[in-house]
Design a protein around this ligand. Structure first.
Ligand code: ASP
Ligand code: MG
Length: 402
């Protein structure tokens, strides 16, 4: 007998008809003799709608109460699915976060699951289907918490771990993980198998199909994942350990995001400790600096420092730089019309010349590179936002992904 966690995202449970369709998928899996735990998101758009309601009261809505509010989205889909399964003559039951309970640590809206009582649900799984809300839990003192947007993926993986499930399947509105965004680049191909590391890079670099912290947990505990569509029977993408994958291509996927901004400090004094003085207060304010470039000074006295941050942190970053009495510089410039384009592939480690090939490809398209960062299995560049799709297309072609 196989124990499976099946997670259904917002579009998969977006209407009553879709919930009935999900019930049929679960019925089929159950009839194969599998034990099923279903983890659900709220109906698509619901969580945003609830956030908007809170904003009508105040932009500074109480955090504890916001979690109480946001957790209701999943309560609705869980009850509807349980009802739909019971209607199909199956034994099914939903549990709310506090009934299980799903224990979390950390602050409201950003908590993380640490434990769960598995005994009563495990007993129920002998002949019944268990339904659990994603995205939420309770704190040590019993308050409802949520675990960050897109958190149902993390719930599904945590449940797979704590219940020692054999697999965790992420049902969504696309057929799997693609070599790049199939909505924008129609020649994108579905990837059959991908390693945790690559998936982690792709999802943190802009591929939206799975939450990156969920992939990280799956990797840590070696939980096999599959991303597949709720709306077709096609095979999805399997995500597992790297040893089991045979790399015929150096690059597996091309990701992009428009979440970054670039800042340049012009005419900074060039002496030991300056970079530390620039970045220390940013670090203290939890502003994540991604890429850094420091030019060699031509006059030996001053230099320019360029770095990238999340676009949403731009105002705060400038504020901090302006109030920083420990640095002297001539001017600050900024650019928030940039995007980050990345190639990812475990096969890159063993293929020479990838960097050159990427830069040549971008040069051929007349695309200027503003910043670069690398790791063993990824290479990212910052470019002007207007060139994004051109760059993605070109890289997809030259690395044989079309
Ligand atoms: N409903 C939550 C959200 O929209 C959690 C999820 O769907 O994963 O962020
Ligand atoms: Mg999601």
């Amino acid at each position: 007998m196989v124990k499976k966690v099946l997670k259904f995202g917002g579009t998969s449970v977006g209407t009553v008809e879709r919930i009935q369709h999900v019930a049929k998928i679960i019925k089929k899996e159950h009839e194969k003799g599998n034990q099923i735990i279903a983890v659900l998101s709220a109906m698509s758009g619901k969580t945003n709608e609830l956030i908007d309601l809170s904003k009508k009261i105040t932009n500074n809505f109480n955090k504890r109460e916001l979690d109480v509010l946001l957790s209701t989205g999943e309560q609705v889909t869980c009850a509807l699915l349980a009802g739909a399964l019971i209607e199909l003559k199956l034994k099914a039951k939903s549990w709310m976060n506090w009934q299980i309970p799903i224990l979390t640590e950390g602050e409201h809206s950003n908590a993380r699951i640490v434990n769960m009582n598995v005994k009563k649900i495990n007993n129920f799984l002998q002949d019944g289907i268990a339904i659990i809300p994603g995205f939420q839990g309770i704190s040590k003192i019993g308050d409802v918490t949520t675990i960050g947007r897109g958190g149902s993926d993390a719930t599904a993986v945590a449940i797979a771990k704590l219940f020692e499930a054999d697999t965790c399947e992420i049902y969504t509105d696309v057929d799997g993980v693609f070599s790049t965004d199939p909505n924008k680049i129609p020649v994108a191909k579905k990837i059959e198998k991908i390693s945790y590391d690559e998936m982690l890079e792709l999802s943190s670099l802009g591929a939206k199909v799975m939450q990156s912290s969920a992939v990280q947990t799956a990797m840590m505990y070696n939980i096999p994942l599959e991303v597949r569509s709720t709306f077709t029977d096609r095979k999805g993408t399997k995500i597992f350990e790297q040893q089991n994958i045979d790399y015929s291509k150096s690059v597996t996927g091309v990701a992009y995001s428009k979440d970054d901004a670039k800042i340049t400090l012009l005419g900074v004094e060039d002496r030991p400790g300056v970079a530390a003085n620039v970045f220390e207060p940013l670090n203290k304010s939890q502003i994540n600096v991604d890429m850094v470039i420091q030019n060699i000074s031509s006059d030996q006295k001053t230099t320019d420092i360029t770095f990238t941050i999340k676009r949403e942190d731009l105002l705060k970053t400038k504020e901090i730089l302006k109030n920083n009495r420990r640095i002297n510089y001539k001017d600050i410039t900024q650019n928030d019309r940039v995007s980050k384009v990345s190639i990812v592939g475990a096969g890159m480690v063993s293929t020479p010349g990838i960097t050159y090939k990427m830069f040549r490809g971008l040069a051929d398209e007349n695309i200027n590179i503003l910043a670069i960062s690398t790791s063993e299995i990824k290479l990212s560049v910052i470019i002007d936002e207007e060139n994004t799709l051109n760059a993605v297309k070109k890289l997809h072609t030259i690395f044989d992904l079309d």
